[in-house]
Design a protein around this ligand. Structure first.
Ligand code: BGC
Length: 419
């Protein structure tokens, strides 16, 4: 018998903005295409997954995977406030049917970092009105395509803004911030304000400091996101109570070095524990881990000297996911899905070793009785890593963007499917 039972969801993940291409009504698109947006390069037509989804889903099927986590794009579905694009929602219905055709369980994410420009112009992720706006979008999606879904993740890495706020504080204290956040963000670009940048923001979003999802978050904004999540879950359940709903969190494997116990405990509280009151009723929690993060008595410690690091600058640490699942399960009793875990590397052999060790950790957790129901490797495709652009190679499949978007599955795809 393999590491996992037949019911286990074994798949790969993507996010709409990172793979679809031409997400023109989103905040990310306008920032990528503006001189002070802080992006290494624009996403353009990304991996053209919007048109090539069937080929990508078929690749997963052929490799032996049985689940696909993907995002649907709010900025496409509701390009202007209150105006929904029926054709786009039909498209996502087609993607879901295509998954079913190939025996792949679709796990849909409603919000994965990118937001409609109109939402940001209204105050974005610090504005009270966003709770109702997000709930209305969730209801619309559930009504249109919910009948074929078993899993919806409302908000991806709902805790990202607080993590960015905490690293932003370190940045101000002149510490090195790169590689400390589990996503491709440029702290330099985020934190350095200039009159030009403010003028540009004013023009794009009607405010000098827009609150996009990846902005440093206030405590009030943090609570607002939880309320948006709860309101969306309620709407989805009203339409179809059988859909399992939950959110996902970016969770480091937080470890205390000598004297760092207090700092590590505070970090775990900020990253995870204080969300418990808002997520306890959820059907599942999406756990996303890429590395560990060590704390000493003076705060976050650098990657140990000589340690293997990934392209993203984090320590290579595949045992992190098992450790995090155990810690989460001490407090959270619902189902757990590993909604993201992966490595950015040019060396696919390194990816195979990472996946082998990480899934061993997940299988050990299940043996210990922890209800882990799925594992989604990040990412299916070599895709657009936000501000870091296309240089980070997370994919199980190489995408030759300069040569007709040709897909070349890497050995790691088959390896994951074989598990
Ligand atoms: C995000 C993905 C991102 C990945 C790798 C996660 O934080 O959800 O969008 O590409 O990490 O950095």
């Amino acid at each position: 018998m393999g590491k996992f039972g037949k019911e286990f969801l074994m798949g790969a993940a993507t996010a709409a903005h990172q793979v679809e291409g031409n997400n023109r009504n989103s905040d990310c698109w306008v920032l990528e295409n503006s001189p002070y947006g802080g992006y290494a390069e624009p996403s353009l037509d990304a991996c053209d997954h919007y048109n090539r989804y069937e080929e990508d889903i078929r690749l997963m099927k052929e490799a032996g995977l049985n689940a696909y986590r993907f995002g649907i794009e709010w900025a496409r579905i509701e390009p202007q406030e209150g105006i929904y694009d029926e054709q786009v929602v039909r498209h996502y219905g087609d993607v879901i049917s295509c998954c079913r055709k190939y025996g792949i369980e679709p796990v849909v994410t409603l919000h994965h970092f990118s937001s409609p420009v109109w939402l940001i112009r209204k105050g974005g992720w610090e504005a009270e009105s966003t709770v109702d706006d997000f709930a209305a979008y969730a209801r619309f999606v559930a009504e249109k395509i919910g009948k074929d879904l078993h899993y919806i993740c409302t908000i991806n890495e709902a805790n990202m803004g607080l993590q960015i706020m905490s690293v932003a504080r370190e940045f101000y204290n002149q510490m090195v911030a790169d590689g400390k956040i589990q996503m491709g963000i440029s702290m330099e670009a985020l934190m350095t304000g200039s009159p030009e940048k403010m003028k540009e923001n004013e023009k794009l979003f009607g405010t000098a400091s827009p609150h996009v999802f990846q902005s440093p978050r206030t405590e009030n904004g943090d609570k607002l996101i939880m309320r948006a999540h709860r309101a969306a879950c309620a709407e989805i359940k009203r339409v179809n109570p059988s859909i399992k709903t939950g959110l996902t969190l970016s969770l480091h494997d937080i470890q205390a070095a000598d004297g760092g116990e207090k700092n590590a405990a505070k970090e775990w509280n900020d990253e995870f524990l204080h969300y418990l009151p808002y997520i306890r009723e959820d059907d599942f929690l999406g756990v996303q881990n890429y590395s560990r993060s060590r704390y000493g008595k003076d705060g976050n410690l650098p990657v140990p000297e000589g340690a293997q690091v990934t392209q993203m600058g984090y320590e290579y640490y595949p045992q992190g996911i098992g450790n995090v699942l155990r810690k989460v399960a001490e407090e959270y009793e619902g189902e757990l899905l590993v909604t993201e875990n992966g490595i950015a590397t040019e060396d696919d052999k390194e990816r195979v070793s990472f996946i082998g060790a990480a899934t061993d950790g997940v299988a050990a957790c299940i043996k210990e009785g922890i209800p882990v129901k799925g594992y989604f490797y990040w990412s299916l495709l070599d895709n657009f890593e936000w501000q870091k652009g296309y240089g980070m190679k997370f994919g199980l499949v190489e995408v030759d963007r300069s040569n007709g978007q040709v897909r070349r599955p890497k050995p790691s795809l088959r390896y994951l499917g074989g598990i």
